[in-house]
Design a protein. Sequence first.
Lengths: 113, 109
Amino acid sequence: DAEITQSPRHKITETGRQVTLACHQTWNHNNMFWYRQDLGHGLRLIHYSYGVQDTNKGEVSDGYSVSRSNTEDLPLTLESAASSQTSVYFCASSEGRETDTQYFGPGTRLTVL
Amino acid sequence: GQNIDQPTEMTATEGAIVQINCTYQTSGFNGLFWYQQHAGEAPTFLSYNVLDGLEEKGRFSSFLSRSKGYSYLLLKELQMKDSASYLCAAWDSNYQLIWGAGTKLIIKP
């Protein structure tokens, strides 16, 4: 069955370290998204991609970067982790059009000490 | 600014009906989603409305009024497994998905 996976599921790191969160989907979806979810806030968009080599900044992109070298993967990198980046991170994908339904991965809980 | 408002928490009884409201203010509008999210899990798709009216899917229904900037999710014959957060999200004119903070639904026996 097609799916979307994230790794690691849990990560503890220290302030200042570089961290990369992986997202892999086997639906052959063109669109991929990274969100963070914090208590009291809705999902907030970090970065998104509408296809290979395409990346765009979302609402809260500072301190994060992504690259899209193939259809299946959109890794999220925290260049220098900060305590404010402690959060649950969700990756999502959708088929092709902007308004297609987004399907979410299981999430990564990141703690920055 | 753009905003989605929904109640923070609601409580209902097993077997009853509950309506979760969502009001939105977006620059343009291209449709509205409802997602369900159990604690510690990913959001899962429930419904999508782009035209006015009621969409029914089994025990769950979703309603949209574009002129009022308003939607609701109606859950019938509540079951304990319906205890979850329900997220409302609307597309704006730039195809950015604006998310509400979610409504935590607590079901009591």
